[in-house]
Design a protein around this ligand. Structure first.
Ligand code: GAL
Length: 502
């Protein structure tokens, strides 16, 4: 349990329960193990792996609709129609998970597979059966299911009434969540309501690169976020009121965030980096995890000021009102975090008479040219940013229980994926420092992803899997990569025990 590096430092931490640091240089490797009971997992999402897009009663969702459009907006013109065919090959996925030695598997339910119209009046029993089969196969193999209700695949009929721009969807999501709890909650004890509402809002309803491709940055993204936060709270309360006592599970939300490092040590850049954190992570976390609830004060202030300058009669950021603030506050049993990369943030005023979420912040972000790249242009390898981020969350939200629900690396699909293995080793090592040296309250880690899959607007051009999938072979065979062996060893060792001394 005790890291071999810096025992004095650890003792100091135990004394003051504060931050430690200077005795270990930023990128130094730390030998040691994670606390007993730390849990290890791997993740996927329904649209990215299942395929069977219209089989056995499944309805159409916004990604089906988008990828089937004439100009589908996917870099390799692909779709998730078949993807990794996990609808038929889920036992292969379970075998890969078992071989890796994970404690849990994070996957999502396709809303339109169990409710083809999105609404509760038409239940697709085949869809319920499919998830029962997946859950039962996991349990039979000693793997705990962690289920995400919404990983970006809204039923298309709900998009036709405005999707997340229509507040009616809050109740409709509640009905869907209720069905999931009543159907699977006897065996599923850990739920995630939403995966990365930031991405759904900013890319789906702001800049329009993701489904449903609505463009309206600084306006529609704020509304989509508002309704997702309300929907999250609705699902949490349904679970809390009707299921918690009998099912004894827990329910939280997964938020994504990079780390924003000030580009210089000027006061303006330090403030800009903090503001960037509040606009990105605080936007969703502050209403749920902070003592006061509601959006971060700095976000309210900046959007209101920009709105006034642009001639809007009221702020473009919607208001919850006290009843909703109270209803939303405290509605997460854990903090799910997806993290991949970091950025440098600097103070910068964007000129022009247009609205945008980025312009509202008075911040520009960039990557340090020294940071190694990956096959995804946005994903630079910055392990130390992970440690800083989880410390920021720990301080900001009062030592909240945190589960890392995604972390991973993009390449072109090499089997001997040394860069991915190094990414995992260095990021997981930084996470261990955050726990063992800094005292952060983190209880588990999830690799993205167990298998290669449909990487949204990048299609199959970027690979994230610990196992490769041959997308040219109709049988979609899986093969183990080098990184899967490295991750399996980290799990078996519960970290990085020091090599035996001679
Ligand atoms: C996350 C997302 C995953 C996966 C990953 C890699 O934002 O939740 O579905 O695509 O990024 O880009």
């Amino acid at each position: 349990m005790t890291p071999t590096v810096s025992k004095w430092c650890l003792a100091l931490v135990l004394l003051v329960a504060g931050r430690c640091g200077p005795t270990l240089a930023q990128d130094d490797f730390l030998y040691g193990t994670f606390p007993d009971g730390f849990i290890w997992g791997a993740a996927t999402a329904a649209y990215q792996i299942e395929g069977a897009w219209n089989e056995n009663g499944k309805g159409e969702n916004i990604w089906d609709f988008m990828t089937h459009a004439y100009d589908g907006g996917i870099s390799d013109n692909s779709t998730g129609d078949i993807a990794a065919d996990s609808y038929n090959k889920y036992l292969d996925d379970v075998a890969a998970l078992k071989e890796t030695g994970v404690n849990f598997y994070r996957f999502s339910i396709s809303w339109s597979r169990i409710l083809p119209t999105g609404r509760i009046d038409q239940i697709n029993q085949d869809g319920i059966n499919y998830y029962n089969n997946v859950i039962n196969a996991l349990l039979d193999n000693g793997i705990t299911p962690l289920v995400t209700l919404y990983h970006w695949d809204l039923p298309q009929p709900l998009q036709e009434i405005g999707g997340w721009l229509n507040e009616e969807v809050v109740d409709i999501f509640g009905d869907y969540a209720n069905l999931a709890f009543s159907s699977f909650g006897d065996r599923v004890k850990s739920w995630i309501t939403f995966n990365e509402p930031w991405v759904q809002s900013v890319l789906g309803y702001g800049y329009g690169g993701n489904a449903p491709r609505i463009v309206g940055s600084g306006q529609t993204d704020y509304i989509a976020a508002h309704n997702q936060i309300k929907s999250h709270a609705r699902a949490w309360h349904i679970y809390d009121d009707n299921y918690r006592a009998t099912q004894n599970g827990e329910i939280g939300i997964t938020l994504d965030s990079g780390w924003s490092e000030p580009k210089t040590q000027s006061a303006a850049d330090i403030e800009a980096a903090e503001r960037n954190m509040q606009f990105k992570l605080g936007w969703f976390a502050h209403p749920i995890f902070s003592v006061d609830g509601d959006y971060p004060p700095v976000m309210k202030e900046y959007v209101a000021r920009h709105s006034a300058e642009e001639g809007f009669p009221v702020s473009r950021l919607p208001e919850f009102g006290q009843t909703w603030v109270d209803y939303i506050k405290g509605t997460s049993d854990f903090f799910g975090l997806n993290h991949y990369t970091s950025a440098l943030a600097e103070y910068s005023v964007w000129e022009g008479n247009w609205t945008s979420y980025d312009k509202d912040q008075d911040v520009s972000t960039s990557a340090d040219p020294s940071w190694p790249s990956s096959a995804a242009p946005w994903l630079k390898v910055v392990p130390w940013g992970f440690r800083k981020l989880v410390n920021w969350i720990n301080n900001e939200y009062n030592g909240v229980r945190l589960l890392v629900t995604e972390n991973g690396y993009a390449d072109l699909g090499e089997i001997n994926d040394v860069d991915r293995a190094n990414y995992y080793t260095s990021y997981i090592n930084e996470l261990m420092k955050a726990i063992n040296l800094d005292g952060c309250n983190i209880y588990g880690y999830t690799a993205w992803s167990i298998i290669d899959n449909f990487e949204w607007a990048a299609g199959y051009s970027q690979k994230f899997g610990l196992y490769s999938v041959d997308f040219n072979d109709p049988a979609r065979p899986r093969s183990r990569k080098y990184s899967a062996q490295v991750y399996a060893q980290i799990i078996a060792d519960n970290g990085f025990p020091a090599p035996a001394e001679n």
